[in-house]
Design a protein around this ligand. Sequence first.
Ligand code: MRU
Length: 346
Amino acid sequence: MIDKYNTLQPVYWQNGQLHLLDQRKLPQQQTVIKLEKADEVAEAIKEMVVRGAPAIGITAAYAVVLAAKAAYTISPNHWQTIIESDLLQLAEARPTAVNLVWALERMKAAFANITSNPVPVLLKEAKRIHQEDIDANHRLGDWGAALLPSNCRILTHCNAGALATGGYGTALGVIRSAYTAGKVRQVYADETRPWLQGARLTAWELLQDNIPVTLLADSAAAALMQQKRVDWVIVGADRITANGDIANKIGTYSLAVLARQHGIKFMVAAPTSTIDMNLTSGEQIVIEQRASDEILTIGGQSIAPSGAKAWNPSFDVTPAALVNVIVTEKGVVEQPTTESLVALMG
Ligand code: MRU
C-alpha cells in the first residue's frame, strides 16, 4: 500500500498471508503475526492484536480473502455458503466500530456474482479498501490541519493514528499534516486507561515521526485545560450516527464536556466509512463491554482487593452538540446535525 508519508503499517498482505503488527506488545516489542485462517483473524481482532476502527475493517476485508480461499478449495460450488460462519464471526469480533461491518459488506458485494475462483477479485477489493483508507486519511488530515491556528496546542485521546488505520491516521493524520505545516506547538496525549493506547501507541507512533509528545494521566486533562494549555481536542471515532453523535474510546465524552466548559474546540476526525447513517442517534450504538480484569489488574498483577468488581465499557458516546467539527475525506461538517451529515454523505 502506498502512504506518501510512509507511516507505520499495522496491517499488510504479503505472500498470501495477512500480517498484523501485534499492538499488545508495543512499544517494547515489534512483533508481526502472520495469519492464514479467518477465525484466527477474528480472534486477533477480539484480543486487540489489531485495533482502531479503520484498521479492524481493513483486517476483516483481508480475512474474507482467507475465508474464501479455504472455502473454494473445499467446494468451488458452495464456497459462498461455507464462508457465512466466518463472516458472522468476524462481524461479531468487536461490536462498536462500524468500519468492521462496513468492510464486510463491501467484500460481500464484491463476491456476490463471482462464479470462478474468488481470491483475485477479493484480494483486489481488500487492497482497494486499504488504499482508500490511507488516501482518505491524507485528505482529512489536510482538511483538519487547515482549521487549526498557528502555534496550536492539541490534546488527543487513545490512538487514532497510523496504527489504528491503513496508515497516516485520522486524529494523528490531522496532527501530522498540521505539524508538517509548522502549526503545532505542543501535542498532549492522554495515557488512555485501561489499554494505554495513548501511552503505548500514540506516544510511540508520534516519536517515530519525531513529533514531540507529552503524556498525561486521563484525569489530568481537566487541570491542563483549566491552565489554558490546550487549544483543540482532536479525537477519532468508532461510529458516528446520522445526527452527529460520536462513539469513541472511553473518556472521550469527558474531554468533550471539559472542552466546552473551558471554551476549547473539539474536533472529530474520521473517514466516512465510520459514519453509520442507519442509526439515528448515539443511544442506538452497541457499546462493547470488556473483561473486568482489564481494570482490576495491571500487567497481570492484581491492583484491587479480591471481591472488587469493575465496570469496563470500551467506548462512550459524545453528543453532537459538544462537537465543533467532524472532519472527513469528503469535507468538513461544523456543528453536525442530521441535515449536514445527510448532505455530506450524498
Ligand atoms: O479499543 P480500540 O483501541 O480499538 O479503540 C480505538 C479508538 O477508540 C479510536 O479512537 C477509534 O477507533 C478511531 S481510530 C482512527
